[in-house]
Every structure is written in structure tokens, then in C-alpha cells.
Write a protein that binds this ligand. Structure first.
Ligand code: NAP
Length: 464
């Protein structure tokens, strides 16, 4: 009998619906279909692929409200945020529909007169993707759109908490005319499907967004078949507020960076590093804004902070808060929880911690929750050292009106994405991704299609 995955609303504990899971054999068959489909799809014209992507983009636009509702139901984020995610997710499809037509090769002057050198690009082959629950739409389109544009076929394994958004996106892709075997979705256990993907010779590329430990495992497992890899992994973003920052702007952007999606984003400001001279002013202003946030079911009017996705995520947040408080942190606001264990509903009220120091777990571990710990600094070198003191290197933010200090900071921070007076730099036109243990490769922008392309060099001899 086919096993089914039950999907629950994290805000109410209600079952939304169940979906069939694929067996190991069915996943292998999907890979075989993907391999066969690649032979045709990779030979289609870029213009043709672009037109299908454009239709997919249009259909998502027509169904944006339904999609946003699905996201809120299974992920919990407030409906307006979910609508924003749909627009953001669709943006990648539109962007790569356009980029599909701009995959260029080049000719290279040879060092001898009787040869010609031509460099071309071609699709890497069937791609397997594994994605997390925190952006159930965007984490898929950011991969699928460039892959399909490049001429790759694509199989997605979404997170078990949020498969419904993935299934709906794929359905709309098929309605748009993308062949079923070119764009597939498989549901089931990550470890099992991950192992099939990494070991199967037909899969030529693994693209993963999720935690760093799982990313490392996938990299190890991919070694035996030497696959192309893209890894979008965890983060531990510092947000520096310098002495000459515009404090109102810094507070506004910190709110955006920290509390969106209940703090469950990889680019969330995880550590607020604030100049000693303005720490009280900044904390007071932030406190005023945090007090306005409303926690609850994302489908209710006015709710700005939804539930934590599951008990495991909730426990980690509570553990970090308790650890900080035990070691001397003050709770300025928050550290309150609404919990219904029977229904598996977990809400964390937005929290600000002051008097934070480096002995606390929250300074070293990704939180994935609405908690803002404030640590202070006196010199810029101290701020930079604090910011870079982590194996992660995804996003960093800083606030200063002083361009000399700003340029210096931007160059010293070991992060793939840096927001200067900007708490939300992520956009389809720009390369998203991290340094160090935050990953390999970039998604978005002109860089985002590169990981789906192989380079081939043709040397033509002209001797008779
Ligand atoms: P996760 O535990 O790594 O899970 C992500 C996906 O991997 C899920 O589909 C999961 O499915 C699958 N998975 C888990 N174990 C696996 C294994 N051994 N082999 C193959 N697949 C496996 O991450 P998460 O907790 O859901 O997501 C949050 C993490 O994602 C955070 O660390 C966050 O920073 C990161 N993230 C990064 C970015 C970025 O762009 N850099 C964006 C968003 C999120 P199963 O549960 O079915 O196994």
C-alpha cells in the first residue's frame, strides 16, 4: 500500500491533507524518466524553454492568492509575507526565462594559425534538488528556473512539512507546458531519497538548501559519482550598528531582517552587535517596535509573527534563551511562549536579550527564531572580529552613515552577502549564497545559471 505523508498546519495543529509518498523504486523510476527526458529537453531551443518558463511565471501570478494560502497553511508565515514569497519566487522564473537566451560561449584566438578554438556551454544533465520548509516556494524556483532554462531536467524533493506548495508549483509548471518528466516532484524521507539521488549515476547535479550538517553529508555521499554540487546552507548573520548609524533606519531594517518568518530564515540577523555609545537608545527603539508585533495564526488579520515550524525548532530556541538568561542575559521583552503540545503548536513571542556575552550558545549557534541578542563593541576592529567569529558566512548587515567606516566594514566582513543600511538585500538579480560553511555556489543573478552549465572546448584543426 502506498504510504502517505500527512501535512499539518503549525498554527492550529489541524491536518491540511495527506499526499502519497514515493517508494525507493518509484524515485529511481523518476530519475530514469528525468534522464530520458533530458535527451530531448536539452536539445530544445533556449527561446522555447524561455517561453514555457514565462507561461509558468504568468500562471503563478494568476494563482498567487491560492499559493500564498497554501504557504501560510503549511508553513505558518503570515499571509502577506506568503504573498511576498510568491512574488519573490515567481521573480526567479521570470528572470531565468530571460537569462535562458543569454547563455553565451566564446571564440578564443589560437596561438597557431591552423587552429580555431571555440568554447560552448551545455546543460549539466538531470538535476536533483532538496529544499527546506522555511521558503517553500522560493527555495524551489531559485533552483528549478535556472536549471530548466539551462536545459537540465529537474526533480525536487521538498521538505516534509511543506510539500503542498511544491506540488502546486510543479502542477502549474506542467499546465504551462513543461513536460511532466522534465519537472518532477518526489515526496518521502530525505535521507533515503538523498542517498538515491547522490548514488545514482544519471543524476549529474545535486542542489541543496538546508542545514550545514545535512549539506556536508550530501557532499560526502556525492563523492563516489563526482556530482556537481550547489549548497545553500546555514547562517549566523551579524548585524552591526555603528556609533554614527541612523538609529531609526537601523531599527526598521533590523525588524525586517530579524522577525520576518518568525526569525526562521537563513539570512536572519542572529547577533546584533551595537556600539556601546548607542546601545540603550537602539535597544529602547527596537523594544518599542517589537512590542507592536502580533503573534498568532498567519491567516488572521494583523498577525506579524506566526508559529515555529515544529517542536524541535521550538526547543532549540527556548534552550538558547534559557542558556543566555542562566549566564546573565537580561530579557528586555519576550521569552514568552504559547504552547499546545497535544496539537504540536509552538509560538515564541519576539524577544530581545541584552547583556549578552560570548559564553552564550546564541552567539555561536543559528537560532531560527524571533530572538534578538544584543552584544556591544567599542572599536570597529572588535565589531569585525565578533562578526567573523563563526564558521558561517552567509549574510551580514551593518549600519553606518560614515562612508569610510562603511567601505572598510564591507571589505572586512567574510560573508557572501552584505547589507549596508539594508536589512533585506535578497533579490532575483543578485547572487545569493554564502562563504565558509554556509555553502558553495550562488543562486540568482547571472551567476545563478552557471552551476547548471558545463563548459566544452572545441579545438578545430585546419591542416589538410
Ligand atoms: P534540514 O534539516 O537540513 O532539511 C532540509 C531538507 O533536507 C529537507 O527536505 C529534509 O527532508 C532534507 N534532509 C534532511 N536530512 C537529510 C539527509 N540526511 N539526506 C538528504 N536530505 C535530508 O534543514 P531545515 O531545518 O529543514 O531548514 C533550515 C536550515 O536551512 C537552516 O540551517 C537554514 O539556515 C538553512 N537554509 C539555508 C538557506 C540558504 O539559502 N543558504 C535558505 C533557507 C534555509 P527530511 O526532513 O524529509 O529528511
Amino acid at each position: 500500500m502506498t504510504s502517505r505523508l500527512e501535512v499539518f498546519n503549525p498554527a492550529t495543529g489541524e491536518k491540511i491533507r495527506s499526499v502519497p509518498e514515493q517508494s525507493a523504486q518509484q524515485v529511481k523510476e523518476s530519475i530514469e524518466r528525468s534522464h530520458r527526458a533530458f535527451q530531448q529537453w536539452s536539445k530544445t531551443s533556449a527561446k522555447h524553454r524561455a517561453s514555457l518558463l514565462k507561461k509558468w511565471f504568468d500562471l503563478i501570478g494568476e494563482h498567487q492568492k491560492e499559493l500564498a494560502k497554501i504557504i501560510t497553511l503549511e508553513n505558518g508565515k503570515p499571509y502577506q509575507e506568503a504573498l511576498g514569497e510568491v512574488t519573490y519566487a515567481a521573480g526567479y522564473i521570470e528572470w531565468y526565462a530571460e537569462e535562458a537566451k543569454r547563455v553565451y560561449g566564446r571564440t578564443v584566438p589560437a596561438s597557431v594559425t591552423n587552429k580555431r578554438i571555440i568554447v560552448t556551454r551545455q546543460a549539466v544533465g538531470p538535476v536533483a534538488a532538496i529544499t527546506p520548509w522555511n521558503f517553500p516556494a522560493a527555495m524551489i524556483t531559485r533552483k528549478a528556473a535556472p536549471a530548466l532554462a539551462a536545459g537540465c531536467t529537474f526533480i525536487i524533493k521538498p521538505a516534509p512539512d511543506t510539500p503542498l506548495t511544491a506540488l502546486e508549483l510543479v502542477r502549474l509548471g506542467h499546465v504551462a507546458g513543461i513536460p511532466e518528466d522534465v519537472l518532477q516532484c518526489v515526496i518521502g524521507d530525505g535521507e533515503e531519497i538523498g542517498s538515491i539521488f547522490t548514488n545514482h549515476p544519471f543524476i549529474r547535479k545535486i542542489t541543496f538548501t538546508g542545514s550545514t550538517p545535512v549539506g556536508k553529508q550530501l557532499m560526502k555521499n556525492s563523492a563516489s559519482t563526482v556530482k556537481h554540487l550547489s549548497m545553500e546552507l546555514g547562517g549566523h548573520a551579524p548585524l552591526i550598528v555603528d556609533q554614527d548609524a541612523n538609529i531609526d533606519l537601523a531599527v526598521k531594517q533590523t525588524m525586517l531582517s530579524k522577525f520576518r518568518n518568525a526569525g526562521q530564515t537563513c539570512v536572519c540577523a542572529n547577533r546584533l552587535i551595537v556600539h556601546e555609545s548607542i546601545k540603550d537608545q537602539f535597544a529602547d527603539r527596537l523594544n518599542q517596535e517589537v512590542a507592536k508585533l502580533k503573534v498568532g495564526n498567519g491567516l488572521e488579520e494583523g498577525v506579524s509573527v506566526g508559529p515555529i515550524i515544529n517542536q524541535k525548532g521550538f526547543q532549540k530556541i527556548v534552550e538558547q534563551i534559557n542558556d543566555a538568561v542562566d549566564k546573565g542575559a537580561n530579557v528586555l521583552i519576550g521569552a514568552k511562549y504559547d504552547v499546545d503540545d497535544e496539537k504540536s503548536c509552538y509560538f515564541v513571542h519576539p524577544t530581545i536579550l541584552t547583556n549578552v556575552d560570548l559564553s552564550m550558545k546564541i552567539m555561536h549557534e543559528e537560532t531560527f527564531g524571533p530572538v534578538a541578542p544584543i552584544i556591544t563593541f567599542q572599536t570597529l576592529e572588535e565589531a569585525i572580529k565578533l562578526a567573523n567569529d563563526t564558521p558561517y558566512g552567509l549574510a551580514a548587515y551593518f549600519f553606518t552613515e560614515n562612508y569610510r567606516r562603511g567601505i572598510y566594514l564591507s571589505e572586512q566582513l567574510d560573508y557572501g552577502m552584505v547589507g549596508w543600511n539594508d536589512g533585506g538585500p535578497s533579490t532575483v538579480q543578485a547572487p545569493f549564497g554564502g562563504m565558509k560553511e554556509s555553502g558553495i555556489g550562488r543562486e540568482g543573478g547571472q551567476e545563478g545559471i552557471e552551476p547548471y552549465l558545463e563548459t566544452k572546448y572545441l579545438s578545430i584543426g585546419l591542416d589538410e
